[in-house]
Design a protein around this ligand. Structure first.
Ligand code: AMP
Length: 171
């Protein structure tokens, strides 16, 4: 898996000085890279009877629907405020750079559904924790959180105690 790192472009000082940005567009445009990434995520959860894959705006949307399709699950978007048209639950969270809010449709997840969260990067873990809380508050049974990249030095998984976490690549 580690050779996938050669397909990920690192952009220093984006979006602001001091942030080393992991650009997964260079992985997505590589046919072999995209296939291996999606296959590996599917492989990890294929026996887990996932009902719903939750993707996080925006870069989680690049992966989550494809993982949902290959698992025979549905896809639910978690979006920035004001984008979802129906009634929502909302959660505030801290980013590696700034703070923000996220929303999910209040009827997107049925109580007892088995849910997998997918995003591109686990950094500080603030985003993933907020989405895990949205899923749990909705009555979903969170089966795991899955990332293409985990930034180990930020220890984001410490915010996600008790949850199963799987990352394809570690930096
Ligand atoms: P966090 O809440 O700190 O775990 O941030 C996670 C979100 O921010 C992910 O959805 C990523 O898309 C994005 N992100 C944070 N840090 C980086 C980084 N160094 N490179 C690329 N994306 C990042």
């Amino acid at each position: 898996m580690n050779d996938l790192k050669t397909m990920i472009r690192e952009v220093p000082d984006f979006p602001k000085p001091g942030i080393n940005f992991y650009d997964i567009t260079t992985l997505l445009k590589n046919p072999a890279g995209l296939k291996r990434t999606l296959d590996a995520l599917k492989e990890r959860y294929k026996g887990s009877q996932i009902d719903t894959v939750v993707g996080i705006e925006a870069r989680g949307f690049f992966f989550a629907p494809a993982v949902a399709y290959s698992l025979g699950a549905g896809f639910v978007p978690v979006r920035k405020p004001g984008k979802l048209p129906y009634k929502t639950r909302q959660m505030e969270y801290a980013l590696e750079y700034g703070t923000d809010k996220l929303e999910i449709h209040e009827d997107a997840i049925q109580p007892g559904q088995r849910v997998l969260i997918v995003d591109d990067v686990l950094a500080t873990g603030g985003t993933a924790k907020a989405v895990a809380d949205l899923v749990t508050q909705s009555g979903g049974l969170l089966q795991g959180l899955s990332f293409v990249i985990e930034l180990d030095f930020l220890a984001g998984r410490n915010h996600l105690d008790g949850h199963d976490i799987f990352s394809l690549l570690h930096y």
